[in-house]
Design a protein around this ligand. Structure first.
Ligand SMILES: Cc1cc2nc3c(=O)[nH]c(=O)nc-3n(C[C@H](O)[C@H](O)[C@H](O)COP(=O)(O)OP(=O)(O)OC[C@H]3O[C@@H](n4cnc5c(N)ncnc54)[C@H](O)[C@@H]3O)c2cc1C
Length: 445
């Protein structure tokens, strides 16, 4: 590897050692800024020979600590492999390197009248490789699915440096087991992604939406349920609860959220045909379930304003007491009410406000416990409460992560939803891909 690809000075390494959760990072021995698949292959061959752990990294925007440095590891940064290699309108596919930023790909395919649906809120910084490795979600999953649904084929580098393709880049293909799906969401523990062939779809229509506020959670859940289970599927169906709205009023007072509102919903359609009927049906569902205010957003500008409340979620929650645990869980949508009741009880027990805002259309919420960071007892209690919330999700048949992944942050909770025999099978798969255990060890599995 050439000198300009490898850095070993501690300052540079330290700058690349953390991701978003701000966990204490280990001390890596080198940073490789890969520019080619050959660089990745060489790095893994050396790591394999020397039994050195390797931490693949994209933009390090992950929220599970999966890209944090491990002691004695090589940090393998893929962010400079950032070229869109081909946009094929006939095959409706894009072939890209792993470091391409999601928003850049979205804009590039848009110029061809096409659409790349995965849209995590971090799209302006997250990489294609990172979003595939975490199977990222976002606000459009109710209609378009998660990242996995847009991945056709991957070029991967195996733990010993071998370069391989998971399957031909055909639309259909069932020869062999579906290893593409296995790599998606594997958080860098099975292989390193060096190229992706992604499925594109025709560009949808102009997004238009309706927002509503409610004076009770039950009304908002009933309205969301009617929309999500109806035949006019929205592209986006998002939810803010009373705690989140308290924070939104603090950071976005100009939105004038009514003071009696304890729930907020937005339903967005991007249909070419029938959009007006979609909006009318969302509006009717909101009104039928007691919405206090209903507003339409017809233009991109109006929609951007309406979405401000949802986009302000994290700063809003932080504003309430200064500290907030940012969680991620998913339950079958029909069980959201049960989860909300349990979260309410937990909030009453601890005296800490809990928000359950998020992607209500997918049953994927971002439970957040609010605390005062200056009060060590509250900090401790908030984190214990957050862990309990995730356990509650498992107890009602859900999961500890709908989209952010396991990383190290949630490793201890996986047993709550995976039978020991299945967990052992998963570790066995890891051993087949990575017999020496050098690929992102101690994460995900
Ligand atoms: C403000 C904000 C909003 C967010 N919103 C969402 C959201 O709406 N939905 C959502 O799902 N997530 C969201 N996230 C989380 C995060 O952005 C996603 O998990 C994203 O997919 C991570 O991409 P990345 O390039 O930053 O990957 P990193 O954080 O660098 O890495 C994530 C994982 O992928 C692995 N990896 C990275 N590149 C490769 C590769 N080429 N080959 C193999 N493994 C690799 C890493 O080892 C690690 O395990 C948000 C984060 C922030 C900060």
């Amino acid at each position: 590897l050439s000198d300009d690809v490898v850095a070993t000075d501690p300052t540079t390494i330290a700058l690349h050692s953390a991701d978003m959760p701000g966990l204490r990072a280990g001390q890596a021995v080198a940073l490789v800024r890969a520019r080619t698949t050959e660089d990745v292959s060489t790095t893994l061959r050396i790591a394999h020979e020397t039994r050195t752990p390797v931490v693949p990294q994209g933009a390090r925007s992950g929220l599970a600590g999966a890209a944090t440095a491990i002691d004695g590891s090589i940090l393998l940064d893929l962010s400079e492999m950032n070229r869109i290699l081909r946009i094929d309108t006939s095959d409706r596919a894009a072939v890209v390197q792993p470091g391409v930023i999601v928003a850049d790909l979205q804009a590039a395919v848009e110029a061809h009248g096409l659409f790349y649906p995965p849209d995590p809120a971090s799209a302006d910084r997250a990489t294609i490789g990172g979003t595939i490795a975490t199977n990222a979600g976002g606000m459009r999953c109710i209609k378009y699915g998660v990242t996995r649904d847009s991945v056709r084929s991957l070029q991967i580098v195996l733990a010993d440096g071998t370069v391989a393709r998971t399957r031909p880049a055909t639309i259909k293909g069932v020869a062999g087991l579906d290893l593409t799906s296995l790599i998606v969401g594997s958080e860098g523990t099975l292989a390193v992604i060096t190229e992706a062939t992604l499925s594109l779809i025709p560009a949808p229509g102009r997004p238009r939406g309706v927002t509503a506020t409610f004076a009770s959670l039950a009304e908002a859940f009933a309205a969301a349920d009617e929309i999500a289970s109806g035949h006019r599927l929205p592209a986006t169906l998002e939810f803010l609860d009373g705690v989140a709205l308290t924070g939104v009023r603090m950071v976005q007072p100009e939105l004038a959220i009514p003071h009696d509102a304890v729930a907020w919903l937005i339903a967005i359609t991007d249909a070419h045909v029938g959009a007006e009927d979609d909006l009318a049906s969302y509006e009717a569902a909101f009104r039928a379930h007691g919405a206090r205010t209903v507003m339409r957003a017809e233009t991109p500008e109006e929609l951007a304003v309406q979405l401000t409340a949802r986009r302000a979620l994290n700063p809003a929650l932080n504003a309430i007491r200064g500290g907030a645990t940012h969680g991620d869980l998913a339950v079958p949508r029909s069980l959201l009410r049960d989860l909300a009741v349990l979260a309410d009880e937990l909030s009453a027990e601890t005296g800490l406000p809990i928000s359950l805002a998020g992607h209500i259309g997918d049953g994927n919420l971002h439970p957040t416990v609010i605390y005062d960071p200056e009060d060590p007892a509250q900090v401790e209690l908030a984190h214990v409460t957050s862990a309990k919330l995730h356990e509650l999700a498992q107890a009602v048949g859900g999961t500890i992560s709908g989209e952010h992944g396991v990383g190290v942050v949630k490793l201890g909770s996986v047993d709550g939803e995976l039978a020991p025999a299945l967990r052992e099978i998963q570790r066995g798969i890891k051993r087949i891909f990575d017999p020496l255990g050098i690929l992102n060890p101690g994460r995900k599995l």
